[in-house]
Design a protein around this ligand. Structure first.
Ligand SMILES: Nc1ncnc2c1ncn2[C@@H]1O[C@H](COP(=O)(O)OP(=O)(O)O)[C@@H](O)[C@H]1O
Ligand SMILES: [Mg+2]
Length: 229
């Protein structure tokens, strides 16, 4: 549903197919492979921490990946595999959201897997992301546009892929930013990107927490006001 809303809001995204378990037919894996190409990424629609996410390089792997994703959710998403940097943007605010300077996640694994996120120390973050000032500003603008399109409130971490337009990828110029996903309750562990990116911009951890509490009160106030009428 988020992808449909973002399409309507002109937020660029990777090509994808989404379907429910009851729509699965014998020829579907082949049809998706023809449509999106391989490798493709398969994910449960409602999950996180890379649980149930696979990169499938053959039809057999695609079928297994669909089965795995369907064991976590009845709705799944298959996407073309994007070759690019992973850029994350921390957004804070209600009606006037602000974005912190974007960071890059460099996975230690073939992709940013569960193991990579929580168990090994293979991945690392680079803040600011090394993509140049213009692209950093564009990422912030796109993150805020996405936040507004999905009617987020308080906080979100908006994650993109960055295909550098000045390089050739699969025989065509890079497409720039493609939205990967919006995390409406981003991680808050000591290694998590949301607080790290604000801290890099000079907003301390206690200040982030104060701001979140203020925003929650502000939103609550707005809703009480509305229902009073
Ligand atoms: N279409 C894609 N192309 C390339 N890599 C992808 C794609 N989709 C997901 N990935 C990789 O898988 C990771 C987890 O996928 P993501 O959609 O962010 O799920 P989660 O909600 O579990 O974080 C991403 O951080 C990225 O490394
Ligand atoms: Mg993610």
């Amino acid at each position: 549903m988020a992808k449909q809303v973002c399409t309507a809001a002109d937020i660029p995204q990777a090509r994808y197919r989404a379907f429910a378990e009851h729509e699965l037919t014998a020829g579907l894996a082949q049809d998706i492979a023809n449509d999106l190409g391989l490798p493709a990424f398969v994910k449960p629609a409602n999950m996180g921490s890379s649980i149930g996410v696979s990169k499938a390089s053959t039809i057999g792997e695609l079928r297994d990946a669909i089965d795995l994703a369907l064991s976590y959710d009845e709705m799944i998403v298959v996407e073309e595999a994007v070759v690019g940097k992973e850029i994350e943007v921390a957004v804070l605010g209600n009606t006037d959201p602000k974005a912190a300077t974007p960071g890059e996640i460099v996975p230690g694994d073939e992709f940013y897997s569960y193991e990579d996120k929580y168990l090994s120390s293979g991945s690392y973050a680079v803040i600011p992301a090394p993509i140049g000032e213009a692209a950093l500003s564009e990422a912030k603008e796109l993150a805020i546009a996405t936040f507004r399109a999905l009617r987020c409130d308080g906080l979100a971490r908006v994650d993109f892929f960055w295909e550098d337009p000045s390089t050739e990828i699969n025989g065509r110029p890079g497409r720039g930013f493609l939205l990967n996903e919006v995390n409406t309750m981003p991680g808050f562990t000591p290694i998590s990107m949301f607080p790290k990116m604000w801290i890099a911009d000079g907003v301390s951890y206690p200040e982030i927490i104060d701001r979140l509490v203020e925003l929650a009160f502000e939103r609550h106030g707005r809703r009480r006001h509305n229902t009073a009428h």
